[in-house]
Design a protein. Structure first.
Length: 232
């Protein structure tokens, strides 16, 4: 069954802690991205893990192999459960990240970012391929380089899972029907993502900006469950 990850794009650790209390029980995964990790760092990761959450540390590493290997090791040492690096960082960076944690007891799942869900066709600098074609080819690289999964849009996930069934797929760019897409371009609904084969969906603003975040999350979970039941 696909799992829901709530993106905690929030401007303070206090706000993150109160949001995590509101969501406790129904939601099992929280995503800490750039803003919140800058503000709260490993102490916040520790607090949220203490509340029983799994942590997706979404810092999208993209640097020379040595720097990324050290960052991945550091993320593993604070017990992040999942983290991201850019597939476009290439083979040495991605394979190096995997080897860096090979001997560690707690290994985070490594997800390669393919094409950001905010890009529409023609918007990626220097890339002439359609997002779907490019994302699928990067997913092939991620698979060959031994990453656990890829981040892709719900519009690409079915093709990626058909070619690489053992690669986990995590989809941001999720919007319940009728909601504003904000800065996202390649969006799908929670139900469409699950029907297309997503293992994880990441949802931020539709939950965190809702006056009743717990209800928004449970409606999304309900839609995911319905989609799963239709597949079976
Ligand atoms: O608020 P919203 O649901 O658009 O948030 C999506 C989250 O997923 C953001 O935190 C963003 O950084 C992240 N993300 C994304 N597209 C990717 C990778 C991560 O939107 N390809």
């Amino acid at each position: 069954m696909a799992q829901l990850i709530v993106a905690m794009d929030l401007p303070s650790t206090d706000k993150a802690l109160s949001m995590s209390s509101v969501l406790a029980g129904s939601v099992k995964w929280l995503k800490i991205g750039l803003e919140l990790f800058i503000l709260g760092g490993p102490v916040l990761v520790d607090k949220l893990k203490g509340m029983g959450y799994n942590i997706f540390l979404d810092l999208k590493f993209y640097d020379i192999p040595n720097t990324v290997e050290r960052a991945v090791k550091a993320a593993a040492s604070i017990e992040a459960d999942m983290l991201t690096l850019h597939c476009q960082g290439g083979r040495k960076m991605c394979e190096g990240a995997k080897s860096a944690i090979a001997n560690m007891q707690k290994k985070p799942l490594l997800f390669g970012v393919t094409v950001l869900t905010s890009f529409a066709a023609g918007e990626m600098p220097g890339i002439n391929e359609e997002p779907r074609t490019f994302a699928t080819s990067l997913a092939g690289n991620a698979h060959n380089w031994g990453l656990n999964g890829v981040v892709c849009s719900g519009q690409e996930v079915a093709g990626i899972k058909a070619s690489y069934p053992d690669l986990l797929a995590l989809c941001p760019g999720i919007r319940p029907a009728g909601q504003a897409s904000n800065d996202q371009s390649r969006v799908v609904t929670p139900g469409q993502a699950v029907s297309s084969g997503a293992d994880f969906i990441v949802v931020g603003r539709p939950i965190t900006n809702n006056p009743n975040p717990a209800r928004a999350a449970s409606e999304i979970l309900c839609e995911m469950e319905k989609a799963k039941n239709k597949i079976q």
